[in-house]
Every structure is written in structure tokens, then in C-alpha cells.
Design a protein around this ligand. Structure first.
Ligand code: AMP
Ligand code: GLY
Length: 414
């Protein structure tokens, strides 16, 4: 079978790596892939957002399954376009991708189906939003409604900061049209947790949990990133499990009542305090770097799993996990998530232990391997417990180098 994976990052590298293991998969194309996927896939010179070209390629090459990594093509309707041509594609359709495309859409859904979430109001003008601030206490959260590459959320400690955030979004248009609507939200405290659910015919199948590390510096300090390290599994108390189950049922109920047909991944971001989870956000795709630790632990054929999901035939027993812990440390370019330089020579990958998996987030191969993004490499280790996985990953991180390389030293050490 021929598979096309859309995307350039560590998430897509991990998906392709796992698909490659499948006895059914003969060939994997990546659009565009990176320096790491080049070793076992054919990287295509097609942008992940160029739906027309992707579709033409898939038709011409009789692709059996397309797996969409990033949110942009999903929100733009790539699944609908592929389905119209009778092509199999993994991911939600355009109507369902609104859960990531619009924060307001998600908040309305959560409220309508009584799913616990932060209190909120949405606004379409600076004046209304500025007045609306009165209804909230501080800190509060200002969010641009649309897709902002993970930068659309601003936590404001006082009124000055909130007014500043509203000015930047409504007047300076820092997020362009993605900021035409703004959601103001109560600030939640607690522990963040993300749960990726396979959704088959509107039924949610939660995958094992992964703990992301979003801030750039040790001790969860500094600005938010896409995620710079993660591990899986993460344990939960029976009470928390029960509360999460209730939320999954409410989501399923809501999808059915709204007449939506969800298929693919629903990534639910939670804030959890005293075992009470509240939904922070929905994403309609696999998480990055969550996927980098889930794929090595997954103990079933990913190609079959994705196909069963698409066919609406998935069952709980279809999803099995290795009884090992997986941890990944992301080596970043110096300066990330602010500005950083690309094109630094990467050395030392030949010194890495055989049982370490290095997923590439942002690399480019010419004669040698060079950095090509803010997140560069995910150094991933399986171990019999968290300590072992952590030690193996960090032992190997130290063997890899490039100018300005930075990584957190405390992934999994809490
Ligand atoms: P989101 O894109 O909505 O997940 O927001 C990105 C990050 O902002 C989350 O991972 C949280 O760390 C933080 N955040 C978002 N909403 C809230 C909230 N209501 N209270 C506290 N932190 C939040
Ligand atoms: N790691 C968070 C995300 O993929 O959105």
C-alpha cells in the first residue's frame, strides 16, 4: 500500500516511522517531510497547505491512505476535497476542524453541552471587549479566535496588560483576520494534561496520556512553545478517570446532536485541579511532541488502526500499548521560541545508541544535516520506567551538537 503523510515536523516523522513498521505499507511519501524522513520515505516538493497539488498527486499515484499532520490543511477542507475524489484520508472534515479553527465555536459547543470549561465571553470589536473586561477578575486570558500558530493566547495579570492585548489584536491586527473575534476567558489554575483521542464515527477512544512541557525554560519558566519535551504514560486517579470519561461521553453526545461526523484525532487540552478536569482547548490533529512518545509505545499496526478509525469500526481492544515509558527531549535552536538562526551543521547522530529514536522536527539534508526550524530534533527513549527512559534520552542528547543548541534539562524530573 502507498501512504502519503502531510507535514514537516517531528509528529509526521513519528507517524511515518510507525507506518513504515506495518506489513501492509510498501511506500511512504511525505509532503514535505524533513531531513529525517528522507532516509525511509520519498519527500515531495509540495507544501502541506497546497491542497490542489496534494490531491493531484494522490489521484495520479493512487495513494491508498493519506494522513494529515497539521491543522491548516484540515481547517481548509483537505479531507472533504480528498473524499470527493474517493480517496481515503485520515483526519476530520472541514465542519469538524472548526474546533481548532475557531475558539469561539469550541466554547459555544462546550457550554451548550455543559462540558466543564473556563467562563468566557466573545467580542467582535475593541470597544465591546474593553467594556467586557469588567466582568472578569485578574489574571484573565485573551485569545484570538482563529489559527495563530500557538501564539494567540495572552495571559494578562492586570487591566493594563489586558487592554494592551486587545489593542494589539483589534487595532494593530497582530494576528490579522484570525483576531477579528476575541474570546476573553477566566484564568484556570491546576495541572495541564493533553489527551489525544482517536475518533471513529463520533466515538472517542482516548489514547494513553502524555505530559507535554510547553515553557522553554526549566521549572516551566519563560514563554510558551509548541512543546519541548514529553513523556508517556501519565497516571490518573480513579476519580479523575471517571471525570474524564464523563467528559468524553458529553463530547460524543454533542457531536451526534450537532449532526457532525467526526473522524480522526481530537486532541483535548485539559486543566486539572483536585481531579476535576476542565477543557482548555480542542485541536483536531495529533500533538507535537506527544506523537513522538505515543508512536514508540503503540503496540499495534498503525496503518490498520487508522483505517479502522476511518471506517467507523474502531473498538477499544484495537488499541494496545507497550508496558514501557517513553520520553523525548527536544533539542531547539538557540533563541526559540523567539527569533533563531537556521542552517547550523548537526553533528554526533552517529554516536547515538541503537535503541534511541531520533525524530526530526526541523532539519534539512544536503550533503550533511542542518538545522531548519526552532524545534530541531526529538531524542526519544523507551525505558522500563520514567527514570530509565529519562536517563537514556539525556545520555544521548549530550552526544549531539549544533551551534546554539538548547534543551530543557528537567523533562520528566518532576
Ligand atoms: P490554548 O491554545 O487554548 O491551549 O492555550 C495555550 C496555553 O495557554 C494553554 O496550554 C495554557 O497553558 C494557557 N491557557 C489557555 N487558556 C487558559 C486558561 N483559561 N487558564 C489558564 N491558562 C490557559
Ligand atoms: N504539544 C501541543 C500541541 O501539539 O498543540
Amino acid at each position: 500500500m502507498k501512504v502519503l503523510v502531510i507535514g514537516n515536523g517531528g509528529r509526521e516523522h513519528a507517524l511515518a516511522w510507525k507506518l513504515k513498521e506495518s506489513k501492509s505499507v510498501d511506500k511512504i511519501y511525505m509532503a514535505r517531510g524533513n531531513g529525517g524522513t528522507e532516509d525511509f520515505c520519498e519527500n515531495l516538493d509540495i507544501d502541506p497547505t497546497d491542497i490542489e497539488k496534494l490531491l493531484a498527486f494522490a489521484v495520479e499515484n493512487k495513494i491508498d491512505l493519506t494522513v494529515v499532520g497539521p491543522e491548516d490543511p484540515l481547517c481548509a477542507g483537505i479531507v472533504d476535497a480528498f473524499n470527493e475524489k474517493g480517496l481515503r484520508v485520515f483526519g476530520p472534515n472541514k465542519a469538524c476542524a472548526r474546533f481548532e479553527k475557531s475558539k469561539e465555536f469550541t466554547k459555544i459547543f462546550l457550554e451548550k453541552y455543559s462540558i466543564p470549561t473556563a467562563k468566557y465571553k466573545s467580542f467582535e470589536s475593541y470597544d465591546h471587549a474593553e467594556k467586557g473586561l469588567e466582568e472578569f477578575s485578574y489574571p484573565l486570558v485573551v485569545k484570538a479566535d482563529g489559527l495563530c500558530f500557538g501564539k494567540g493566547v495572552i495571559i494578562c495579570r492586570d487591566r493594563d496588560e489586558a487592554v494592551d492585548a486587545l489593542e494589539k489584536i483589534f487595532k494593530d491586527k497582530i494576528f490579522g483576520d484570525q483576531g477579528n473575534t476575541v474570546v476573553i476567558e477566566e484564568f484556570l489554575t491546576g495541572e495541564e494534561a493533553s489527551v489525544l483521542c482517536l475518533v471513529s464515527n463520533n466515538k472517542l477512544f482516548p489514547l494513553e496520556r502524555a505530559k507535554d512541557h510547553k515553557q522553554i525554560f526549566d521549572g516551566d519558566k519563560g514563554p510558551n512553545t509548541g512543546g519541548v519535551g514529553t513523556y508517556s504514560p501519565v497516571s490518573a486517579s480513579p476519580k479523575l478517570e471517571k471525570n474524564l470519561e464523563k467528559i468524553y461521553k458529553q463530547i460524543e453526545d454533542g457531536l451526534n446532536k450537532e449532526g457532525l461526523h467526526y473522524s480522526g484525532i481530537l486532541f483535548v487540552g485539559f486543566m486539572i485541579e483536585d481531579d476535576m478536569p476542565k477543557v482548555l482547548e480542542f485541536n483536531v490533529r495529533f500533538g507535537d511532541p506527544e506523537t513522538e512518545v505515543l508512536m514508540p509505545r503503540l503496540d499495534v499496526d498503525l496503518y490498520e488502526l487508522l483505517n479502522k478509525t476511518i471506517d467507523g469500526k474502531l473498538e477499544r481492544d484495537d488499541i494496545r500499548w507497550k508496558d514501557e515509558t517513553c520520553l523525548t527531549v527536544i533539542m531547539c535552536s538557540g533563541g526559540y521560541p523567539g527569533s533563531y538562526e537556521k542552517g547550523k551543521l548537526i553533528e554526533g547522530l552517529d554516536k547515538v545508541d541503537k535503541d534511541i529514536i531520533v525524530f526530526h522536527n526541523g532539519t534539512k539534508k544536503t550533503d550533511d544535516l542542518y538545522t531548519n526550524g526552532g524545534r530541531v530534533l526529538s531524542i526519544t527513549a523507551l525505558g522500563k520506567n520514567l527514570e530509565e527512559a529519562r536517563k537514556k534520552a539525556y545520555d544521548n542528547v549530550e552526544r549531539i551538537s549544533f551551534e546554539g543548541a538548547y534543551y530543557r534539562k528537567d523533562i520528566g524530573s518532576k
